[in-house]
Write a protein that binds this ligand. Structure first.
Ligand SMILES: [Cu+2]
Length: 495
């Protein structure tokens, strides 16, 4: 049983590696079709920034980011916008502004309409029109044209990211769309599935998490080791959980982002027996791999909402063993296992908002275990709610404060390999009691997000978050949480 479970783990792991690497490879191919984008005379610029050019009929872009589609979505402002762009277009083609067009008229027309926001992906920049190399020879008509464009696009994104720089620092800074290019556009690093990506973006991530527990609680009351040993033969003293979390995200559309997360877990628990001896058990291995779909349903007024639909696979082990006073190779208690053994659904909803230098968000997520595992038990279902606020101090740095509440149920059913210990009087150890697993906790965390804006690390994100419990009430005796630390790296790009 153990052996076949292990083999299933390996098979599933291989399946996901194939899935992810296959996805990465296929992403390379759409790039080839960009070469077919019709190209018109460009402003004489050496900038690698994507440049929007236009004709009376269409707006095309060298950016793969469906800029033309986004611009054409600007109904009913379409005609007015085009008429202005015709000036720019004519300027591109003929090297001077047509004298017959009075920019003032267009400015009034444009001010009369409420220009819808342009997606941050659209690269439309009046600033490029006032560059030193643009084709206008008449400085005043150049200035007036810039004013017209600025008036018409005051709500629009003026500069957007390059195709390979989805987190460009200027993206969305002047639009009323939620801006993905800020350090605080990603939630504190301890939150997963907090953001979606725009079409064809990929993001890779790595997180290291460390959680420390020590001392036992029963309800909200602290228990000394002696108090626990009055009722049990062994008491856990402390536990350390480390997790290496590897993640990949890919957005097939602007609405849908797919995410896979693979944890590698390392656990260690110290114990004290009634006889006064100490012993430590260790376990490590891959945990349950999680696949999620994040579906964006709202993206307006600097706010976003997406639904999270996750499923985790029983790739983690429920048969970790180590030496205990009972003998070598003993199946370890529930909290020392690296997996749940069940398929789990993780439905959730995430809300994000931005205003000026501030941002905030919230996420509610459930974990619903489907059926029971091969040992005929399941871990408790979970509900977690978190909310945070963040302050952006520069284009690179933001700090955050976050509250997280979690309710965890007790196990249902019991691992028969641990059950014999329950027949002893007094019982062996609290960690093998399926009724002593649940509880509720509230943590308060501070976080730091860093988004490199230049140098060879441009676009790379580094983040840190540290949390302390401010409330815990546990079915006890059960080890209480002391701290949680998460550090992480993230990089988004367009393959
Ligand atoms: Cu991402």
């Amino acid at each position: 049983m153990v052996h076949s479970l292990r083999q299933n783990n390996i098979r599933l792991s291989r399946f996901f590696l194939t899935l992810v690497s296959g996805g990465l490879i296929t992403l390379v191919f759409p790039k080839l079709s960009w070469a077919e984008t019709p190209s018109f005379p460009q402003p004489r610029s050496t900038s690698p920034e994507p440049t929007l050019t236009s004709t009376a009929e269409t707006v095309t872009s060298t950016s793969p980011n469906s800029a033309s589609q986004n611009v054409q979505d600007l109904q009913p402002a379409n005609l007015e916008v085009r008429s202005v762009e015709n000036i720019a277009d004519a300027a591109h083609l003929f090297g001077s502004a047509p004298q017959a067009i009075n920019p003032q008229i267009h400015a009034e027309e444009i001010n009369a309409i409420e220009t819808p926001a342009i997606s941050p992906e659209v690269s439309f920049s009046p600033l490029t029109m006032s560059g030193t190399e643009h084709p206008f020879s008449d400085a005043s008509s150049e200035r007036r044209l810039s004013e017209v464009l600025a008036a018409g696009f005051q709500n629009a994104t003026l500069l957007a990211d390059a195709p390979n720089d989805p987190e460009g620092d200027e993206a969305g800074t002047r639009s009323n769309k939620w801006d993905p290019g800020r350090p605080d556009s990603h939630a504190p690093i301890g939150v997963m599935g907090d953001h979606t990506h725009s079409k064809s973006e990929v993001m890779l991530s790595y997180r290291y998490m460390r959680m420390g527990m020590s001392g036992n609680l029963d309800g909200r009351n602290n228990l000394t080791p002696e108090e626990v040993l009055a009722d049990f033969q062994i008491t856990p003293l402390r536990m350390t959980t480390e997790m290496h979390m590897f993640g990949a995200m890919y957005a097939p559309t602007d609405e849908l982002t797919l995410m896979v997360m693979a944890p590698y877990v390392i656990k260690s628990m110290d114990h004290l027996t009634r006889m006064g001896t100490n012993f430590t058990t260790n376990s490590e291995g891959f945990g349950d791999i999680r696949l999620s779909g994040l579906y964006k349903v709202f993206d307006r007024s600097n706010q976003r909402i997406h639904f999270n639909a996750g499923i985790s696979f029983p790739t983690g082990s429920i048969s970790e063993k180590d030496a205990t006073p009972a003998g070598p190779n003993q199946v370890l208690p529930y909290p020392m296992q690296t997996g749940s053994g069940t398929f789990n659904l993780m439905p959730g909803i995430t809300y994000l908002g931005q205003a000026g230098s501030w941002s905030w968000g919230g996420q509610g997520m459930g974990t619903i275990r489907l059926g029971r595992n091969v040992q005929e038990y399941r871990l408790g279902n979970q509900l977690s709610l978190t909310a945070w606020g963040a302050r952006k101090w520069s284009k690179s740095i933001s700090t955050s404060l976050r509250l997280k509440g979690r309710i965890l149920g007790n196990n249902v059913g019991e691992d028969p390999r641990l059950a014999p210990g329950n027949l002893l009087e007094p019982p062996l150890i609290p960690t093998i009691d399926p009724e002593l697993r649940g509880g509720s906790r509230v943590d308060l965390s501070v976080g730091l997000n860093f988004l490199a804006q230049k140098g060879f690390l441009k676009g790379h994100r580094f983040a840190l978050e540290a949390g302390l419990p401010i409330f815990q009430s546990l079915s006890g005796p059960q080890l209480e949480n002391d701290f949680t630390i998460t550090v992480g790296w993230q990089k988004a790009f367009k393959p």
